[in-house]
Design a binder for this molecule. Sequence first.
Ligand code: SF4
Length: 317
Amino acid sequence: MDNKLNSGYRYLFGPVPSRRLGISLGVDLLPSKTCTLDCIYCECGRTENLTLDIKEYVPVEKVKSELKDFLSLGPRIDFVTFSGSGEPTLHKQIGDLIRFLKCEYPDYLVAVLTNGTLLYDPEVRTRVLDADVVKVSLDAGSVENFIRINRPHKDLEISKIIDGLIGFRKIYSNQLWVEVFIVKGLNDNDIELKKIKDILKLVRPDRVHLNTIDRPGTETWIEPVEESFLTSVAGYLHNAQVVHRPDAAGKISGKDLREYIISTVKRRPCTAEDISRVLNINENDTKRHLDKLCENGEITKISMPRGVFYFVKSEKE
Ligand code: SF4
């Protein structure tokens, strides 16, 4: 995966700064790219394995071993997040992994970023119940747009998925968030937005996030909607929030960039290459910013065989 650090880990990536989840360590439970949907805006490319088969796609013991290795160092991260190259609830042992994290590393919050298409299945619901945050997607209120935007597996039905979300809300007492991805010309009309609003009323999520394309998706023809339009939809859907990505290329600058760099190296020593991947910015620019922060005494650096690592000295030292 592009955003994987040169850490030698196969199933972990990041940590990445996220406005919604703070500093988040990603866990990728699927081979690229395995999903129940093939969304036109997906940043991971076309779904090669469009499936509803729930199984152990990657060895759960190896994932646990990487988590132990990383988390036993006590990194300052906020969330461990199941996401990555596809739909994490397709992995049969996601529940074991969540329980493992909650028992062994209770200081870290756990999030599952899912498209929600399998939550009609009582076993899948039970598996994610212990997560602190479950974020599901809802991009369509009609069958037509579900097919056009999400290009689902042939056996998925939107009505069943919506019933699954409503049923999940009834038994899930932690944070349920819904992300609505708006695609210009498809789900940005009054009729579709009204249908989405009606579904949200039934699902009763704790938060609604609105997003639009701001980097290359699977299909090059899709266009973003204006930020002002997203803001007006946020008002219409009540209490929805517009997602501003902190890691989008070219969007972090000035004070924000300084804060992201400091908060990233505070949690874990990183090379300039690590940071540039996490923040999606040019490596030379990253190095310039890092050296400036060193000159100001805000961070420090050390040469190691893998390169120069930047970090923040603990206040106790
Ligand atoms: S559900 Fe997520 S991973 Fe699957 S195709 Fe859609 S955007 Fe990509």
